[in-house]
Design a protein around this ligand. Structure first.
Ligand code: FDA
Length: 509
């Protein structure tokens, strides 16, 4: 493929258009692919089913607050589906207008998978915890990948591209907004668990200015799950800003890819245009020389499973849809004593964790519970070494793709998380909260924030994400990673995408 003149056409893609490269999805994998291809002189079109998230609502803000979810909060739901569904046992979900909102709580038989929807993918809604796995754990995460290359070149490149940094430890010790984290540290250390600071993409200087009252509050006002109006370096501020500067990439928001099949000169891609109620307003077919699947683990896993089963891409191999895991996610809360308040004000950006991975199979982030009142609760999202893996399958009678994850498969995660919290509770004389996920329910074992796998590297694809069976089709997102990263996943997704696209540009473009 020869470099083409740069162009930055405005507006969504038109029916019958022809593009050298089409990228499905605008999250981490898709943004890395589009940026590096554009820098290599290739024009790229990115297709994103969610909204652009660049226009304020009637309140003057682009994103709504976690404590007050409105029409912008959820993807095509009429009622919120908050990860913490209850407080003091009472359900807290509320009715909302159906809208192409920012957070999708996608329900499968045994698990609800939370995902970001919009230009920027998961970076719009996530906590920004930007964690590079410990070197000694990498062999179990991506066994076919050269770890030296990753740790010398691609992890540093990803961390720099994402704008990752660590909280100033002096400010951490003094600000009231991290009292909950200091309580988490005290309890971890009194039970002899290693406590670690965790890097993030939030602008820590901005957060200090929030604390000083000199800028509008975002993390310190509880913004996170439905977007941050300032402070957080989502992909919109990093990779996507660089992408725009190349002048070679166009993006079609509210466009959803439904089919990819061979056609002369490459592939025919069928795309549905959506309105903000989720109705299909147009169906377009475009030609693409090469197609990158970057729709996220679930988006890519589902799409490829359907395309193989329905005969659009029959030459995909039998690994498609396999190797899906939840990164071992499980949540819980602990009830502290009255002399251990966690603070009525809490930064929504986590900055630390308890690392019991090698001894007990769990890495627990000390998470905020920014309710605006003192709850005396410590809250944790644990990432665990859960060995269970699920598979996507096409259901001919519904025309949908199912995932065979079972709720009971979370039991290993609970056991591993208990290796930390049973010990802390015993040492502190405290108990688990039972009011956050229902009534008398300790574990948030019904969900994941970290879907991974579905088109695993070196199985469904070659060792660089080229799909077996077809030239010019690639996977470049979390679907490549076989179910677990031992820590929060987006730095690894970004670093792997940087590695793969460098090889693909050198050999295929
Ligand atoms: P990603 O999901 O980012 O992007 C895929 C994009 O494709 C989406 O924008 C989607 O709308 C679009 N798409 C899907 N199907 C499509 C189709 N058919 N046509 C067109 N577009 C389509 N991780 C971490 O490391 N640290 C953290 O702190 C957190 N915290 C966190 C909190 C919450 C609430 C969530 C939901 C997730 C996290 N994560 C996280 C996880 C992290 O956000 C996630 O791993 C990455 O976003 C995955 O990156 P990908 O590039 O694989 O897909």
């Amino acid at each position: 493929m020869r470099p083409t003149p740069a162009h930055a056409a405005a507006g969504p893609i038109s029916d019958g258009a022809s593009v050298p490269v089409l990228v499905i999805g605008t999250g981490y994998g898709g943004s890395v692919a589009a940026l590096r291809l554009a820098q290599a002189g290739v024009n790229v079109h990115m297709v994103e089913m969610g909204m652009a998230w660049d226009t304020p609502g009637s309140d003057g803000k682009i994103f709504c607050n976690t404590t007050n979810p409105d029409y912008r909060s959820y993807w095509l739901r009429t009622k919120t589906k908050q990860p913490l569904s209850n407080f003091l046992g009472f359900p807290i979900d509320r009715n909302i207008p159906k809208y192409t909102g920012i957070l999708d709580a996608e329900e499968f038989g045994g698990i609800t998978v939370y995902q970001g929807r919009g230009v920027g993918g998961g970076s719009l809604v996530n906590g920004g915890m930007a964690v590079t796995p410990r070197r000694e754990n990498f062999g179990a995460i991506l066994p076919s990948v050269n770890a030296d290359e990753m740790y010398n070149t691609y992890y540093p490149r990803a961390n720099s591209g994402l704008g990752v940094s660590v909280i100033d430890p002096n400010w951490f010790e003094t600000t009231s907004y991290y009292q909950y984290a200091r309580v988490g540290r005290k309890h971890a250390q009194r039970s002899n668990f290693p406590f670690v600071f965790v890097p993030d993409v939030y602008d820590w200087n901005y957060m200090r200015a929030e604390d000083n009252g000199t800028v509008p509050k975002s993390a310190l006002a509880g913004e996170i799950l439905y977007g941050n109006n300032a402070g957080k370096k989502s992909l919109q501020q990093t990779y996507l800003a660089q992408i725009r500067a190349t002048g070679r990439v166009t993006i079609s928001p509210l466009h959803r890819v439904t089919s990819v099949s061979p056609a002369s000169g490459g592939y025919a891609v069928v795309i549905e245009q959506l309105d903000t109620s989720g109705n299909v307003t147009a169906t377009k077919t475009v030609q693409a020389g090469k197609v990158f699947f970057a729709a996220g683990s679930v988006g890519t896993g589902k799409l490829l499973t359907k395309l193989k089963a329905t005969g659009a891409l029959p030459g995909l191999n039998a690994e498609i849809g396999k190797g899906w895991g939840d990164n071992g996610n499980v949540m819980c809360g602990r009830a502290n004593h009255l002399w251990d308040p966690t603070g009525s004000v809490q930064s929504s950006i986590p900055c630390c964790g308890i690392d019991n991975w090698n001894a007990g199979g769990a890495f627990a982030e000390v998470a905020p519970l920014p309710t605006g009142i003192e709850t005396f609760a410590s809250f944790y999202l644990s990432i665990t070494k859960n060995p269970n893996r699920a598979q996507f399958t096409y259901n001919g009678s519904t025309g949908k793709v199912d995932l065979n994850w079972q709720t009971a498969w979370k039991q290993p995660s609970i056991t591993m998380a208990k290796s930390i919290f049973d010990k802390i509770n015993s040492k502190e004389g405290t108990i688990y909260r039972t009011d956050l996920f229902g009534t008398n329910k300790i574990w948030g074992d019904h969900l994941t924030y970290h879907p991974l796998g579905g088109a695993v590297l070196n199985k469904a694809t070659d060792n660089y994400g080229r799909l077996h069976g077809y030239n010019g089709l690639y996977v470049i997102d979390g679907a490549l990673i076989p179910g677990n990263t031992s820590v929060n996943p987006f730095v690894t997704i970004t670093a792997l995408a940087e590695r793969n696209i460098e090889k693909i540009i050198a050999t295929d473009v």
